[in-house]
Each structure stands twice: as structure tokens, then as C-alpha cells.
Design a protein around this ligand. Structure first.
Ligand SMILES: Nc1ncnc2c1ncn2[C@@H]1O[C@H](COP(=O)(O)OP(=O)(O)OP(=O)(O)O)[C@@H](O)[C@H]1O
Length: 827
């Protein structure tokens, strides 16, 4: 026997079969009359086994009858009293159930209508009357027949609890109707018309969405209150399920709606864009594809690019990924891939250009020309990268530019000062918000050729921190073995940097990461002498500044003394950057006069320089006289070049206390103490009264007091100063010295010789004392720089003192007075 799923809907179908209004009428049959007739069937009632449904008293349901046994039963009953017992099958799939396969509690029902459909199927409409329990089985053949006992139902009408339950059941039913759109609205009307609580529970039990076992359980409960409670429980579960379903449904629905909306809007946008003649993603992608075809990139890069374009087409233009994908593809086509400028290997011309742009720097230029010669012959740059090293403003960066000019290559410069984030060099992965390629790739995009001269400025200023070590990223950039496959995190594909001519610049070699320094060929660019600076100013800086200020050669002309004045009074540097700036200031002043049509003097003199630039910023680093004992000129190295410094010392009555001032570092303090100890040990040799060490306080000072100083190189200067002080002997005029001392009186070599020599020369020094082992440094310096200076190379301090101290007392020597030592006598 087949029956559609049980639901409120099915009950209403009954209404259709029975005609409108029948439902109500059937439900309100005269109970009393029925009861008396029912007893007649209790001793032999045909039992119809039904699948998937449980019939409740009062409820009307349609049942399609298919099995032969059932058809026989139905036809027979229909002809007779129309009364049948209805029991649910325990297993709905059992086509030939026996007594054990049906529930033994069922409902006696009346066949209201029997319809034989044209396809031969028979549908009956039955109404449940009263529950029964099979007392005794009679036969299974030709259909089930049994003796039954009717089950009475206890239902306390009017009880408060039952009224509340009834309300709850109705509310739950209304909620189910509301949540389940498949149930016709009319069901609510049917529900509203039920005013009998017992029938309400039967009606709802029959129609709730629950398995047969659950419904059978409800049927078997005799206590109406218990049944109503269990029913409410089932209904609440159903509501929860329905609510969940509806939520899921709503969500799925909104998702689909959103997609449809987007699709619709996109279509509209396309139409509008076409009408406005604007580009849509297709057009943009097509343009990129065309550009991509012209690129000489490796095959895998081409494939990767095509994939990226496909990705753009798949992405919604209003999605955040769209501009990211587009920018990426644009970067790929904007980058140069194997696009080279032709090198000009006319080395004579290259030399001319270097000479024209830079005065001096012969050794550096020669080295650069050698480098270019190898490049010409081998046409392969697998050699070390050049690193120009030297003080600021000596033309390292501009030399790089000249190399580009000489070779006919494009020039790009990247300043590495203060860069501490590896991502600045290598870029961020595309997945980061606002990701960009690193500076190396950005600059390649800017320069538009694959073989530029790429100046890496201030490679010594790269600093490592928690964001990674940028030096290690540069290892890859600068390593000729690796840089043909440089990987930028943003670009993802390998990029060939092997044809780029990298030139690094640095102020100090110490702070360059050792592995990085190893990959570079270091060329030292030293500072300039006064004469060279004057030449550079005349030939390069003045014409350059003049041009920048819009003046002609006839408008202004510098006196040599004026240039010297600027160099000495207003700059203190190894290079010429400040000189250029000060020259610029003087020229600007003239430009102002010309523009305001004032009278002005074309020839710039030292006097005019003073007027324009104001009082001198720096005292001339000049040797000071030797009339005072205890003052000696030393030489120091700073990051802006060499300097002369003075070690001053004085004695005052006291108890042999040593005071050091002038912001001296530990090493320098130790030098002073070493010098002191050495002198004490050699006091007799130098005719120093030993008592002076105990009865006089010594003060050593190194001006300028505000500038911190450190290093061992002032050792011999200190010793000489103290020797002069204690002996009150004059120090040789125009003498300077630099060297470390040991306690045994040995003189050790020191660094920064070239800068120191230049500083000494600037200061008018004629004699310089150096350690013997520093002789080789002097030999490397061009003769021109050392002309007019006598070098004295020494091994030990005796030689220093012999050279430095004259056998002549200073003009007003201090006369030491001593108190007698009171020795205590013990007996
Ligand atoms: N020998 C020279 N001949 C002509 N001009 C020079 C010479 N040396 C330096 N200059 C000029 O001095 C200025 C400063 O030079 P540049 O910027 O190249 O210095 P740098 O050594 O790279 O300094 P930094 O270490 O601070 O980067 C430039 O205008 C440059 O043209």
C-alpha cells in the first residue's frame, strides 16, 4: 500500500476529494452513534497494513492501495460496512508482512470514498475512528483479520495544563506553517477551526514531520496529556530543523543573489564602457598581451605572464585582487628584458670623458679604463664589482656617472644609506597589502635598459636589524655567479642583472659586511690637496655653479686667493662638496646683484668672499708656535679627512695627580698613561728631577674640547708633549707626528696616513714623524701631495725625542721648586 508523505497538505487533499467542508463535517460526526456501532466489529475486523503512515482517530487521509491482499480487503469492506482496522507496518519495505511485521496497536477507520483511477490504482479515503489493540489474530488469509480491544483515551478537558498545552501546540503548528512554505496557507484555516483538544493532538500527530515509529509511539499513549506533551516535543524539534533549513536556504539564496547582481552590474558596466569608449578588462588585457609579445623575455617568463593575464580576466574588476593583478602584469611589461644599449668601447674617448669630468684621480681613472678594456675584450662582466671608497665629496658618485657617459650606457643611482629592511631591496610578496617590488627592480624599470651603470651609493651605510639583513640581499645582486637569476619577492620570476655594471661607493670599508666586501674590487679615492681643490674649483665647480645660476663666464671670475680663502676659512673636508656649496653662495650673491641691476664687482677677491660668507667658520688649521713647553702638533683622521690636533699639557703644584680633558676616549687615555710611565722610567736620561712627578699635578688637554677623540695614534705626540713639559725644552717648529707607543718605547704604525699628510700640508707643517712601518703608505701617495714635507721614519721614542726636542729651553721656562722629602727614621 502506498501513501504520499504525511503532512498537513495531505489532509487537505482529502478535503478536495471529499468536497469543501466535508473535512469539518467528518470530524464532527456523531460520536455516540459511532461508539455503539464500533463494538460490533471488535470480534472480527479486517486489518489493512499501511506503510509510512499512522492513522489517528478523527483524521481523514487518502491511501493508495496496491497490493492484491489489500485491494481484496478494501473492495470487500467497501461493499459491506466500510469499516476496517488500520495498522502501520514496522518495516515499510516489506511487501508481504505477517502478524509480526505490523504494529498491534492501530485505529479502526471508515472508508469514506473509494476511487478507482484509470491506471487501475485504487485510492481510498478513510477516517480514523478509535484506537484499538489486537487481542487475538484470526487469519492472515486472504487478508489480516483479528479480534481487537478498543483503547480508551483519558483527556482532562478544561484542565489548565491542557489549555496551555493546546495553546503551545497551536503556536508551534502556526510556526511550522510559517517556516515551511510547501504547506498551503489553507492549512492554517483548518487548524483554526479545530476546537477539540483531543482531535487537535490527533490531527497534529498525524501530520507532523516525524518517522512512523514516533507517530506510532504517540498513537500508543493512552493519556492525552502525555501524548500532547510528547507531540509538542516532536514539533519543537521540527521547528528547530526548519529554522536551520530556512537559515541555510536564506544564506544560499543571498549568495546566489549577490552573484547574479554582480554579473548583472558587470554586464551593464561593459555596455556603458563600450558606449563611453572606455577600456574594460578585456581591452586592457589585450593591450598587455600585445606588449608582452614584443618582450624578449625567457620562455618561462612569457608563460608566467600569460597565466597572469588569464587570472586578470577571471577576477571581478571591483574585487581587491584586480588592481593587484593588473599592476603586476604592467610591471612585467614595463621592465626591460634583454634590452641593451650599445656600448661605446672607444677607450680613448672614455678616458677623455673621465678627464674632462674629474680633475686628478689618475689612479682611479686608470683602473676604470682597465676595467672597461676587459669588458671590451671579453664582453662579459663576470669580474668583481667596483667599489670606490674614500671620504665624502671626492667624486665617487659622479665618477660612476662619468663611466656611464663614457660607455654610452644609461645611469641609475640607488642610495643605500640607512636602508635596513631586506624587503626594500627584494620587495614584498604580492599577498601583502600594498606590496611593491624592491628598489633594485624599481630602478631597472625606471632606467629601461638591461645594462645600465648602476651606482650603489653608500654601501657601507646598509644596516641590519630585525627586518632582515639587506647586505645578504646584495650578496645575490653583486655576485656575478648568481645575479643572472635575481629573485624579487614581488616579481616572483627570475630577473637577469648580469649585464648591469654595478659600481658601489663607500666612506669606510670597516662597516661593509665582509662577504660583500669580498665580492668587490676596492679602489681608493683619496682626498684632495689645497692645490687640487683650487684646480677643481676653477675647472669644474665654478663653471658648474655659474651655469646653474644662469651666469656667463664674463659675469664673474674668481681670484685664486678667493678660492683659497673659501677652502681655508669655510670648509674643512677632504672632498669638495662644501667648497662647491660655498662657491654657489658667492655666485648667488652676484646673480642677485645682476638681477637687481646693482653695481657689483666681477672679480671675486678674498675680501669679497669674507663679506659674502661672513666670518670664517674654521680657524686655519695652522701650526701654532713652539714658544710654550708641553704643546705638540699631532695628526688625526676623521671621517671628513685628516686634521691636525694639538696636545697641550701643563704642570701645577700638587701631589702628582694626572688629569686628562678634551673628551678623550679610553684608548687615548691609556696612551697618555703609557707616555707618562715611559717618561718616569727614563727621567734620568732626560735630566728630569724625579720629584716633579710627585710634587706637581699634570693636566693634559686636547682641543677642541667638545669633539670626542679616540685612538692610539696620538701616543708619540703625548710623549713628546710631556717630555717637553718636564724638560721645558722647545719643540722643533712646524713639526707634526703620528704613531702609537708601547711601554718599552717602541713606535707602532697607524692608519689614515694620506689624509693626515694632506691635513699637515694644509696646516703648513714641514716635518712629519712617522713609524718606519708607515713608510710604504707614503710611497703610495703621489709625489705632488708630499712635496715640501720632510718625513722622518722612526722605530722608537728616543728617535722621536731626538728629532722633536731642541736643546734649547722655551722662552720663559717654569722653575720647578721642590719640598724636601721628610723621611721617617725607624730605630
Ligand atoms: N675630481 C673632481 N673633479 C671635478 N669635480 C669633482 C671632483 N671630485 C668631486 N667633484 C664634484 O664634487 C661633488 C661631490 O661629489 P660626489 O657626490 O661624487 O661625492 P662622493 O664622493 O660620492 O660623496 P659621498 O661619499 O658623500 O657620496 C660633485 O658635484 C662632483 O662633480
Amino acid at each position: 500500500m502506498k501513501k504520499n508523505d504525511s503532512s498537513l497538505y495531505q489532509s487537505l487533499i482529502v478535503g478536495d476529494f471529499a468536497g469543501e467542508g466535508d473535512l469539518i463535517q467528518l470530524i464532527t460526526d456523531d460520536e455516540e452513534d459511532e461508539q455503539s456501532r464500533l463494538e460490533d466489529y471488535a470480534e472480527d475486523i479486517p486489518i489493512l497494513s499501511v506503510r509510512n503512515t499512522v492513522l489517528f482517530p478523527g483524521v481523514v487521509i487518502p491511501i493508495t492501495v496496491g497490493r492484491q491482499r489489500s485491494i481484496k480487503l478494501v473492495k470487500k469492506a467497501h461493499k459491506g460496512d466500510k469499516m476496517i482496522g488500520v495498522c502501520a507496518q514496522t518495516n515499510p519495505n516489506n511487501d508481504d508482512p505477517g502478524w509480526d511485521d505490523i504494529y498491534h496497536v492501530g485505529t479502526i477507520a471508515k472508508i469514506i470514498k473509494m476511487i478507482v483511477l484509470p491506471d487501475g490504482n485504487t485510492t481510498i479515503i478513510i477516517q480514523g475512528k478509535k484506537r484499538f489493540k489486537i487481542r487475538e489474530t484470526i487469519t492472515e488469509d486472504p487478508y489480516f483479520q483479528a479480534k481487537v480491544d478498543y483503547l480508551d483515551e483519558t483527556f482532562p478537558e478544561g484542565n489548565k495544563q491542557i489549555t496551555a498545552l493546546e495553546e503551545s501546540l497551536k503556536e508551534a503548528a502556526a510556526k511550522i506553517l510559517q517556516l515551511n512554505p510547501e504547506i498551503p496557507r489553507e492549512a492554517q484555516v483548518a487548524l483554526d477551526n479545530i476546537d477539540n483538544t483531543a482531535f487537535l493532538t490527533h490531527f497534529l500527530s498525524s501530520n507532523i514531520n516525524a518517522p512512523v515509529e514516533a507517530k506510532q509511539k504517540l498513537l500508543e499513549i493512552n493519556d492525552g496529556l502525555d501524548r500532547a506533551t510528547l507531540l509538542l516535543e516532536f514539533m519543537m524539534k521540527d521547528i528547530q530543523m526548519l529554522e536551520l533549513k530556512s537559515e541555510i536556504h536564506k544564506k544560499v539564496h543571498t549568495d546566489i543573489d549577490q552573484q547574479q547582481r554582480d554579473y548583472f552590474l558587470r554586464q551593464q558596466m561593459k555596455v556603458l564602457q563600450t558606449e563611453l569608449g572606455e577600456e574594460g578588462p578585456e581591452k586592457e588585457v589585450e593591450e598587455l598581451r600585445l606588449k608582452g609579445r614584443k618582450k624578449k623575455w625567457p620562455e618561462e617568463v612569457g608563460k608566467h605572464f600569460e597565466k597572469e593575464l588569464d587570472k586578470i580576466l577571471r577576477v571581478n574588476p571591483s574585487a581587491a585582487e584586480y588592481p593587484i593583478a593588473l599592476n603586476y602584469a604592467e610591471l612585467m611589461v614595463d621592465l626591460p628584458w634583454n634590452e641593451f644599449t650599445k656600448d661605446n668601447f672607444d677607450l680613448k674617448r672614455a678616458k677623455e670623458i673621465l678627464d674632462k669630468d674629474h680633475h686628478g684621480l689618475e689612479k682611479v681613472k686608470d683602473r676604470i679604463i682597465e676595467y672597461l678594456a676587459v669588458l671590451k675584450l671579453k664582453n662579459d662582466l663576470k669580474g668583481p664589482i667596483l667599489c670606490l671608497y674614500g671620504p665624502p665629496g671626492v667624486g665617487k658618485t659622479s665618477l660612476g656617472k662619468s663611466v656611464a657617459k663614457a660607455l654610452g650606457r644609461k645611469y641609475i643611482r640607488m642610495s643605500l644609506g640607512g636602508m635596513h629592511d631586506e624587503a626594500e631591496i627584494r620587495g614584498h610578496r604580492k599577498t601583502y597589502v600594498g606590496a611593491m617590488p624592491g628598489k633594485v627592480i624599481q630602478n631597472m624599470k625606471k632606467v629601461q635598459t638591461s645594462n645600465p651603470v648602476y651606482v650603489l651609493d653608500e654601501i657601507d651605510k646598509l644596516s641590519a636589524d630585525f627586518r632582515g639583513d639587506p647586505s645578504s640581499a646584495f650578496l645575490e645582486v653583486l655576485d656575478p655567479e648568481q645575479n643572472n637569476a635575481f629573485v624579487d619577492n614581488y616579481l616572483e620570476v627570475e630577473y637577469d642583472l648580469s649585464k648591469v655594471l654595478f659600481i658601489a661607493t663607500a666612506n669606510s670599508l670597516e662597516s661593509i659586511q665582509p662577504a660583500l666586501r669580498d665580492r668587490m674590487e676596492v679602489i681608493e679615492v683619496t682626498g684632495y690637496t689645497m692645490e687640487e681643490k683650487v684646480e677643481i674649483a676653477k675647472k669644474h665647480l665654478i663653471p658648474k655653479q655659474r651655469k646653474e645660476h644662469g651666469l656667463k663666464a664674463k659675469d664673474i671670475n674668481f681670484d685664486k686667493a678667493a678660492i683659497v680663502k673659501i677652502i681655508e676659512g669655510y670648509t674643512r673636508e677632504s672632498g669638495v662638496r662644501n667648497l662647491e656649496r660655498q662657491v654657489g653662495t658667492v655666485i648667488r650673491n652676484v646673480a642677485k646683484s645682476i638681477a637687481m641691476e646693482e653695481d657689483y664687482q666681477k672679480k671675486i677677491t678674498a675680501e669679497m668672499v669674507r663679506k659674502t660668507l661672513g666670518g670664517e667658520l674654521f680657524d686655519k688649521e695652522i701650526y701654532q708656535d713652539n714658544s710654550v713647553a708641553g704643546v705638540v702638533t699631532g695628526l688625526a683622521w676623521t671621517s671628513v679627512g685628516g686634521e691636525i690636533l694639538f696636545v697641550e699639557s701643563s704642570l701645577s703644584k700638587g701631589k702628582g695627580k694626572l688629569t686628562l680633558s678634551g673628551q678623550l676616549g679610553d684608548v687615548m687615555k691609556e696612551s697618555a698613561m703609557t707616555a707618562m710611565s715611559y717618561l718616569r722610567s727614563k727621567a734620568d736620561q732626560l735630566n728630569i728631577d724625579n720629584r716633579v712627578f710627585d710634587q706637581y699635578d699634570l693636566h693634559v688637554h686636547v682641543p677642541a674640547g667638545a669633539v670626542p677623540k679616540d685612538g692610539p695614534s696620538a701616543g708619540i705626540t703625548m710623549l713628546t708633549a710631556l717630555a717637553s713639559l718636564y724638560t721645558q725644552r722647545k719643540v722643533k717648529a712646524k713639526l707634526a707626528m703620528t704613531g702609537e707607543i708601547t711601554l718599552r718605547g717602541k713606535v707602532m704604525p697607524v692608519g689614515g696616513i694620506k689624509e693626515k699628510i694632506l691635513a699637515a700640508k694644509r696646516a703648513g707643517i714641514k716635518d712629519i714623524i712617522l713609524c718606519k712601518r708607515n713608510q710604504k703608505d707614503i710611497e703610495e701617495i703621489h709625489e705632488r701631495y708630499v712635496k715640501g714635507v720632510n718625513f722622518h721614519f722612526v722605530d722608537n721614542v728616543n728617535e722621536v725625542l731626538d728629532l722633536a726636542l731642541l736643546n734649547q729651553k722655551v722662552d720663559n721656562p717654569v722653575k720647578f721648586t721642590f719640598e724636601e722629602n721628610h723621611k721617617s727614621v725607624h730605630t
